[in-house]
Write a protein that binds this ligand. Structure first.
Ligand SMILES: *Cc1c(COP(=O)(O)O)cnc(C)c1O
Length: 359
């Protein structure tokens, strides 16, 4: 038996997703940057993406990028989160491209690149409304004007990101803003931006609906490839494999207990005052996994009849009264993971990783 708690990672299905998505994008002249951060920069997942034909890789953490380089990946690697001033040395050394929106950072990057005898490529992020990173439309030309003059830095493109903080949905209109800015950059500075990076997994819906503006030639896709889902639109992507990463936890206690705690109710371990509905005596299972390891609200059990009723740091409580199969101590329960739950499970050092692969 493989140890629990664990994530089962199906590398074959992830690789196939990479290939399917890449083929669709190739046809429209769109390059995919395969984003591995939702798999915590896992090297075997990264390898599966590359085996599926992905050439450009992306991650939000420089630590993961260094890990990839040390493992021998020679692909183009893009740093997705705006760099910290304190990590620029590593950014220039290990990443080929970084996403940026601040002049001070760009200038420092330039100085560091000159020092290392390199030219560091950057993509300037434009905020089209989600209000996470990016220069606002009105400030764009000013920033671009200055960025184009920095020694050691080459502006290769512009990009945008929606669907992450503000939950703003990608549309033909907000994505087209990038193309307007490309035109203006050409007119004003006689400078051609090669990469127009339209967005993340959420933006692939425009591709499927034939709504992606012509001229967008890059998408940065993680969740779609790795899990076959698009949390922003709450959808499973039909032509991709889903549930490629699942979570397995084990039953450590199985008892009939009342549904309402006995005694005066204070606050739980997380400071909330819990409320209970009296459903009489119920069959309850405690699973050896908790909030330290996973985002409990993002778990969905595959087995019919299992109902998550609560969790503490190390314990997950389930009502299993309605389960039709025989459960016992040591039984494994498998869960579907949404984006947040997957992220947390993949980064928890307590969760084992088990790979399903013919690679
Ligand atoms: C995380 C991230 C992505 C990829 O997001 P997915 O939803 O996993 O496809 C793309 N771009 C940026 C800037 C990101 O931070």
């Amino acid at each position: 038996m493989n140890k629990t708690p664990r994530v089962n990672i199906n590398l074959d299905k992830i690789k196939e997703n990479a290939r399917i998505l890449k083929n669709r994008c190739d046809k429209k002249g769109i390059e995919i940057t395969g984003v591995v951060k939702c798999g915590a920069g896992d090297l075997r997942i990264t390898k599966a993406l590359v085996a599926g034909g992905i050439k450009s890789l992306g991650d939000s953490r420089i630590k993961n990028i260094i890990k990839m380089r040390e493992a021998g990946f020679e692909n183009e690697i893009v740093l997705l989160r705006l760099p910290n001033l304190t990590e620029l040395k590593d950014v220039v050394k290990y990443a080929d491209i970084s996403l940026n929106s601040e002049l001070i950072t760009l200038e420092s990057l330039g100085r560091e690149a000159v020092k290392q005898g390199k030219v560091h490529k950057v993509i300037i992020m434009v905020d089209v409304g989600d209000l996470r990173e990016g220069v606002l439309y009105k400030d764009y030309l000013d920033l671009m004007d200055k960025a184009l003059q920095i020694k050691g830095v080459k502006v290769v493109g512009i990009g945008t990101n929606v669907g992450c903080y503000g939950g703003v949905l990608p549309t033909y209109q907000n994505t087209s803003l990038l193309l307007e800015l490309k035109e203006e950059t050409l007119k004003k500075f006689n400078y051609n931006l090669e990469v127009i990076s339209g967005g993340n997994t959420a933006t692939t819906i425009l591709l499927d609906n034939d709504q992606l503006p012509k001229g967008i030639n890059n998408l940065r896709v993680g969740e779609g490839i790795i899990q076959g889902t698009d949390i922003t639109h709450q959808r499973e992507i039909k032509f991709l494999n889903n549930n490629n990463i699942t979570l397995i936890a084990e039953i450590i206690e199985l008892k009939k207990k009342p549904s309402v705690p006995i005694g005066e109710i204070g606050h739980d371990a997380f400071g909330n005052k819990p409320k209970f509905e009296d459903k009489g005596i119920r069959e309850r299972a405690i699973l050896a996994i908790g909030r330290q390891d996973v985002k409990v609200s993002g778990l969905r059990p595959f087995l019919k009849g299992v109902k998550i009723i609560g969790a503490s740091s190390d314990h997950l409580l389930c009502d299993v009264t309605e389960v039709e199969t025989e459960l016992q101590i040591g039984s494994e329960i498998e869960f579907q993971l949404n984006y947040g739950a997957m992220l947390r499970a993949m980064t928890s050092s307590y969760v084992n990783k088990y790979y399903i692969s013919s690679l």
